[in-house]
Design a protein around this ligand. Structure first.
Ligand code: PRP
Length: 208
């Protein structure tokens, strides 16, 4: 059995569609259930439904053989796994955003940056030689500058509508080409090569 760690949320449906195109029986994923461990009817595939940020830890540990995770999450988590394919779904950008009227805010001596990408923020600003205060949040990041909790945010921008609805703009693009990737556990790729490699081949063809 190939065990997948699949992200819940906005990548869930796109991921299931892609796997279905490659002959994976995903009908169990279409049912409305609170169960987090699912199996295809033919028992060839197991699915763990996890928070997107947790996909890399399931794959690195070997609990899952394969996973689908955003490049943003992979950069943030820095886990020891193989990135096999750019699946081209879930396109977005990782950006620094804030108020347009305060575009010089990035030169602040003590910049307060709200983000769920704490490690990435630390690296990005350290590379620029800037000391910042990181304000770790788990969601609704745009609220931080609006309420005065932070000066700017480091977050993903997909359609831009959340920024716009809150009067914020992109001040700088940090990673312009974020997409979902297929990741593999290093040991599984060796021991399960007979099953896993053909599936990766079918996925590669599906995304061409
Ligand atoms: C993400 C991200 C932004 C928003 C960007 O949040 O953190 O808030 O999506 O998308 P947009 O450019 O299409 O508006 P998500 O919806 O995952 O929820 P969260 O606030 O719980 O992190």
């Amino acid at each position: 059995m190939i065990r997948f760690a699949l992200p819940k949320g906005r990548l869930a449906e796109l991921s299931a569609d892609l796997l279905k195109q490659c002959g994976v029986d995903t009908s169990v994923l279409e049912r409305d259930t609170r169960r987090l461990v699912l199996e295809s009817a033919d028992k060839k595939y197991g699915f763990f439904l996890v928070k997107p940020a947790d996909v890399p830890v399931y794959v690195e540990s070997g609990v899952a053989d394969l996973g689908i995770a955003g490049k943003d999450t992979l950069i943030e988590e820095g886990r020891d796994l193989y990135e096999m394919l750019d699946l081209g779904i879930g396109k977005c950008r990782l950006c620094i955003a804030g108020y347009p009227s305060r575009s010089d805010v990035l030169t602040n001596a003590h910049l307060r940056v709200a983000t769920k990408y704490v490690n990435t923020a630390r690296r990005v600003f350290a590379d620029r030689g800037e000391e910042i205060e990181i304000i770790p949040l788990h969601g609704s990041i745009e609220l931080a500058p609006v309420t005065g909790l932070a000066d700017v945010i480091l977050d993903v921008v997909q359609t831009g509508s959340t920024l716009k609805a809150n009067g914020l703009v992109v001040l700088e693009e940090v990673f312009p080409a974020i997409t979902a990737r297929l990741v593999a556990n290093k040991v599984s790729l060796k021991t399960g090569a007979d099953e896993i490699l053909p599936l990766i081949g079918r996925l590669r063809e599906a995304i061409l």
